[in-house]
Design a protein around this ligand. Sequence first.
Ligand code: BDR
Ligand code: CA
Length: 313
Amino acid sequence: MTHKIILDTDPGIDDAMAIFFAFQSPDIEVLGLTTVYGNVPVTMSARNALTLCELAEQDIPVTQGVGMPWVGPESGYAHFVHGDDGFGNIDFPASQRDLDPRSSAQFIVDMARQHPGEITLVAIGPLGNLALALRLEPNLPQLVKGVAIMGGAAFVKGNVTPVAEANIWNDAHAAEIVFAADWDLKMFGLDVTNSVPFTPDFMDDLELRNQKLGGFVKKSSEFYTDFYSQGRDDRVCFFHDAMPLAYLVNPELFEMTRGHARVSTDPLNRGQTSVAPIGTTMSPLWLEASQIDVATKVDHERLRQLYLDTYAL
Ligand code: BDR
Ligand code: CA
């Protein structure tokens, strides 16, 4: 079965790796890339998405979305992880293609109305575009097939604060709206994404399988690997963003836990994703919270192989 998706992204090095995986997969049809601030400012995020489409010879709409959190000041961005250009400072020529003139949220709503019940929204950045789309079209949950996100940390520690993962922390109020909506939400957070380190030999293999796209990922991930390898004896990085896409094409690689979920917005716990697995609480407040599926385990070896095989296609 082919999955129609809209990929909401903030490219970003692991975003690039995920976007190419989606383009390469015969089981995924990408209707468009919607962009959001996060790793980089939204103007750079949108330009980077166009550049990745051009490199991959994909002529699909790319939109620019929200540039600020739902509440609070402009974000600080993650150039220290993704480089000044969002691609690990590799000096790659930027695409001159035009953006689709619609906002990311409007594009999501338009596509959902055009293909009712068919689209999975895959969000691998902060969740402002999805929250805004829910405000533009309150029936969005009935118009899409489901939502799969990279974000959150349910039963493990965060990567921005002790309790919060970057995508959720970056726009906690938007995430609260998205988590509370009545749709099929699957969360691929640090519980699984931080459990699979990728070593330089994997990046070499990606390039061997696909010189153009794998070569781009290999080159840009050097800076990213420097960041992740600080304080370790080995060189590793984490390709967080490809996981919800891997799930779409190969769900049996993952173990999922269903639970009631909440996103914290108070300053100390901002962006914390707390999950009470079904049957573990009698608290009425928690029973009221929406139910989501959280990825809690992944088969490392088969995941690695899936990425390599898909890049080779
Ligand atoms: C998430 O934050 C960003 O840096 C990555 O692109 C990923 O989406 C990981 O916490
Ligand atoms: Ca991302």
